[in-house]
Ligand binder design. Structure first.
Ligand code: AMP
Ligand code: ZN
Length: 116
């Protein structure tokens, strides 16, 4: 997806502040953080949104990659001894603004119980 911002970041064609990377995914700081820690877990392969990802076998394998890497990502974010929130905004009504599936890892302060 040549025009996709997160594909450009994955390919190194747009800059980002990367805190963790492996073969399947990259994790970089959100440009508009809402908490002291706010990073985006971005699969390297382009899926438009979460449901598109989990309805293919390949996508489910990528989701498993995210699960496997999560403890290392949490450590890289400095949250190993703390809690955090993991969020996926799915499609427009779910608040998704970038159509390349990603998960927000948010922490570093006590988060309100209510979802916005
Ligand atoms: P969402 O609204 O769930 O699709 O999340 C998109 C997130 O990407 C937002 O929190 C934006 O602040 C963030 N964002 C947009 N452009 C960039 C960028 N160039 N580098 C890092 N984060 C970005
Ligand atoms: Zn993309």
């Amino acid at each position: 997806m040549k025009s996709c911002l997160f594909c450009k970041i994955v390919n190194g064609d747009a800059s980002s502040d990367i805190i963790y990377e492996n073969d399947a995914l990259i994790v970089f700081k959100d440009i508009h953080p809402i908490a002291p820690v706010h990073v985006l877990i971005v699969p390297k392969k382009h899926f438009n949104h979460l449901i598109e990802m989990v309805t293919s076998e390949e996508g489910r394998a990528v989701l498993a990659n995210v699960a496997e890497a999560l403890p290392d990502i949490v450590r890289a974010a400095g949250l190993e001894n703390r809690g955090f929130r993991l969020v996926n905004n799915c499609r427009e009504e779910g608040g998704q603004t970038i159509a390349h599936v990603h998960f927000h890892l948010i922490g570093g302060r006590t988060l309100a119980r209510e979802l916005p």
